[in-house]
Ligand binder design. Structure first.
Ligand code: TYC
Length: 109
């Protein structure tokens, strides 16, 4: 036989039907970006961060901000590692630009 085609780990032909075997789909790990409260960052600034970086509407952004203000911390969003990392970088960068001490951290879901 000139061409020996081995489908044992991939597709097996069963009559006219081709079935796929061993399709392993790994869900990506997810990470919470958690905003931390402080005494100096203006509430309006935190709301703008939640609107512009985390794409919340104004009502939700205010709700999250007040939650962080009252409880000390709160989830801004849940993302894959790289996206969470980038959002944290942007938040810290913008806070630094305006000289506010706003901080956020990442936590595995
Ligand atoms: N506690 C801040 C204030 O009273 C507001 C604030 C809310 C700061 C949420 C940070 O993540 C934060 N101005």
């Amino acid at each position: 036989m000139k061409f020996k085609i081995d489908l044992s780990e991939q597709e097996k032909t069963e009559g006219d039907v081709i079935t796929q075997e061993k399709v392993k789909v790994k869900e990506p790990e997810l990470f919470k970006v958690i905003l931390l409260n402080d005494d100096f960052t203006p509430m309006d600034f935190v709301v703008e961060i939640l609107r512009n970086v985390f794409h919340h509407d104004t009502q939700k952004a205010n709700q999250i901000m007040m939650d962080v203000h009252e409880k000390g911390s709160g989830t801004a969003g849940v993302f894959t590692f790289g996206v969470a990392e980038t959002k944290i970088y942007i938040v810290h960068n913008q806070a630094e630009k305006f000289q506010f001490p706003l901080k956020c951290v990442m936590e595995k879901q």
